[in-house]
Design a protein around this ligand. Structure first.
Ligand code: 5GP
Ligand code: ZN
Length: 112
């Protein structure tokens, strides 16, 4: 089980690992991905630690809805509201950080 000390995204939320902030409210934090896969590639995370989107949906569905609203807000600002939202869930799907994060890809027309 990850704790704030050993979870990279808990450390980013706490500010002990630097990040480029895009949006923040009392429960949610959004920052630029260090290896962008689109013109705008933002990660949106709950400040509270959940391992994956299933755990988040079970424990705090309102926060999941908030993350989707933040994604929409970013896309409204960056690219007339069009965006792709990805939750890689599990190692075999490419999840490498086990603090749930939404990948928001926008800022340009995306490849299919
Ligand atoms: P996953 O592979 O778990 O779906 O996504 C993890 C994402 O986190 C990757 O896209 C990776 O580029 C990004 N990432 C990994 N380490 C850091 C970091 O220290 N800072 C930021 N801003 N992004 C990171
Ligand atoms: Zn965490």
């Amino acid at each position: 089980m990850h704790t704030e000390e050993d979870c990279l995204f808990c450390r980013i939320v706490a500010g002990t690992v630097p990040s480029t902030k895009v949006f923040e409210n009392s429960t949610t934090y959004a920052f630029k991905d260090v290896h962008p896969q689109a013109k705008v590639h933002v990660l949106v995370v709950p400040k509270k630690h959940y391992a994956d989107v299933h755990e988040l949906a079970e424990s705090d569905p309102a926060e999941l809805a908030d993350i989707i609203s933040v994604a929409q807000h970013i896309a409204d600002e960056e690219y007339h509201g069009h965006f792709r939202l990805e939750f890689n869930t599990g190692e075999d799907a490419g999840q490498s950080v086990f603090h749930v994060h939404a990948h928001v890809l926008t800022g340009e027309k995306l490849e299919e």
